[in-house]
Design a protein around this ligand. Structure first.
Ligand SMILES: Cc1cc2nc3c(=O)[nH]c(=O)nc-3n(C[C@H](O)[C@H](O)[C@H](O)COP(=O)(O)OP(=O)(O)OC[C@H]3O[C@@H](n4cnc5c(N)ncnc54)[C@H](O)[C@@H]3O)c2cc1C
Length: 446
């Protein structure tokens, strides 16, 4: 195959190829037969036509945060959607139209200036559309639910080149399957999303010595069970490298870190938000003296800084599972099982996360109370420790996973029940009968 066969896809070794295959996840090589950055919807339509013509599978790479999730296909073509279109915010209808290629960091400043925000995740570097299609677990989630439920409509380039709108009234089956169905339905070129009023957030991190972990973790879990929906948190055993810019209590240290957000939609909500935070922190601080506490009132724009996710590409390996509450007697073993991991994390679910949406998609709620996510630098030690943690938490694993936290195609996963899976696959077959995008579909079952 020569490069001209795949035009406009760039062949390996060219700057265009390097741009379109650049990925956040360095542990998953991106080495397709050709790669192309689409700057317009016409570019996307052209790229889809070429992939169809040369009968090569088409994979999407927006930021590559989930590059390991789909099996490597070296004979594929990679499309990097990076549309030259502006974000359009309508403060009156509290909606935004987000073109493909934008990250949360690109769009949040434009949205928060209206006193609004979107249900973004912990990292500003993640792509908006990939995050939304995978459900979207945010620090607003216990109040507003999965971010996928905030999608009003999606504009999609299908395998046959048609540009269609999928919404509650147009192509409702496709709209349903796109939201949580595992990808591989087409190229979403624009998402229209609902925004929520957000005056301020209370956000920050409380840090403790890891020696206090086995006392703090069950107390946090008990609090988390009945916590008000305005607060969403993450409890981590965290080991960050000694990076410049990190505070001394985190750089090169192993700590317990509790972070997240309390919402204050209006200024008058701030006292109640502070009370909610105090109700969480006071009993925990009475159990063990924190090493540091940075919680403060902030603009919603600052929220993606709280969790300290890396912004530079990194070779990482992870495991995740939706889990039941961990028995008090098992906490110490779970917390100590992965000493080399960067993070042993539990995200607090419940609240609106557990409530099905009225016009929801294939994945519109999560019933488990907790999401486990273990992550470390790719390598033997991390692989060993991820297995050890998995063994320690096995009694509490529900068998289900949150698709956005499945980072590798070999990782155990199950998004929904078999009935939903059959319905999703029917939609996939209807819109992509030749499987042009099949390589981009994450398996939604082991
Ligand atoms: C550091 C880090 C922090 C994270 N934090 C959170 C978090 O707080 N909450 C959460 O829910 N998730 C989180 N994630 C997971 C993240 O949301 C998923 O990995 C998501 O799939 C990334 O989307 P992307 O487009 O950036 O990545 P990519 O790897 O570029 O894309 C992933 C998949 O998304 C689909 N996709 C992307 N763009 C399009 C498009 N234009 N049209 C159709 N399909 C598309 C494709 O199926 C593609 O294979 C985090 C991941 C990392 C690495």
């Amino acid at each position: 195959m020569t490069s001209t066969d795949n035009t406009p896809f760039n062949p390996p070794g060219t700057p265009g190829y390097a741009e379109a295959t650049a990925s956040f996840q360095l542990a998953a090589p991106v080495d397709p037969a050709g790669a192309f950055t689409a700057r317009s919807i016409d570019d996307v339509v052209r790229a889809v036509a070429v992939a169809r013509h040369v009968s090569r599978p088409l994979l999407l790479n927006t930021t590559g945060h989930a590059m390991g999730r789909t099996a490597p296909l070296t004979d594929s073509l990679v499309l990097h959607p990076l549309l030259d279109q502006p974000l359009r915010v309508d403060p009156d209808t509290r909606t935004a139209r987000v073109p493909a290629g934008k990250t949360w960091g690109d769009i949040l400043p434009e949205i928060t200036r209206y006193g609004l925000t979107a249900l973004h995740g912990s990292s500003s570097g993640v792509g908006v559309i990939g995050y939304l299609l995978g459900g979207g677990i945010s620090f607003y989630g216990r109040r507003f639910g999965l971010a996928a439920n905030s999608i009003r409509s999606l504009t999609v380039v299908l395998a046959d080149g048609d540009v269609v709108e999928a919404s509650g009234t147009h192509r409702p089956d496709l709209f349903w399957a796109l939201r949580g169905g595992g990808g591989g339905f087409g190229v979403v070129v624009e998402a229209q999303i609902d925004l929520v009023p957000m005056h301020r957030v209370l956000t920050g991190m409380t840090v403790w010595d890891p020696a206090d972990a086995a006392r703090l973790a069950p107390a946090w879990q008990t609090w988390a069970r009945d916590a008000p929906p305005e607060i969403t948190t993450s409890f981590r055993m965290l080991s960050l490298p000694p990076l410049p810019g990190l505070p001394p209590y985190l750089a090169g240290k192993r700590v317990i870190a509790l972070d997240g957000a309390v919402t204050a939609s209006a200024e008058s909500d701030l006292p109640a938000a502070q009370r909610i935070l105090d109700e969480m922190l006071s009993p925990l601080s009475a159990l063990a003296q924190p090493v540091a506490d940075t919680w403060a009132v902030a603009s919603p724009q600052a929220l993606p800084l709280t969790h300290l996710d890396p912004l530079q590409p990194v070779a990482f390996e992870s495991d995740s599972a939706l889990i039941q509450e961990i028995d008090t007697s098992d906490w110490a073993r779970a917390l100590e099982a992965g000493p080399s991991l960067t993070a042993f994390e539990l995200r607090q679910l419940g609240g609106a996360f557990a409530v099905p949406a009225s016009n929801g998609g294939a994945l519109d709620h999560l019933t488990a109370p907790l999401l486990y996510h273990g992550v470390g630098l790719a390598g033997e030690e991390t692989a060993r420790d991820l297995k050890a943690v998995r063994a320690a938490i096995q009694p509490f694993v529900t068998g289900y996973t949150a698709p956005n936290f499945v980072d590798h195609f070999t990782q155990r996963q199950r998004t929904y029940d078999d009935r939903t899976r059959v319905r999703v696959e029917r939609v996939r077959l209807a819109v992509d009968p030749t499987g042009l995008f099949a390589g981009d579909a994450a398996p939604t079952r082991d």
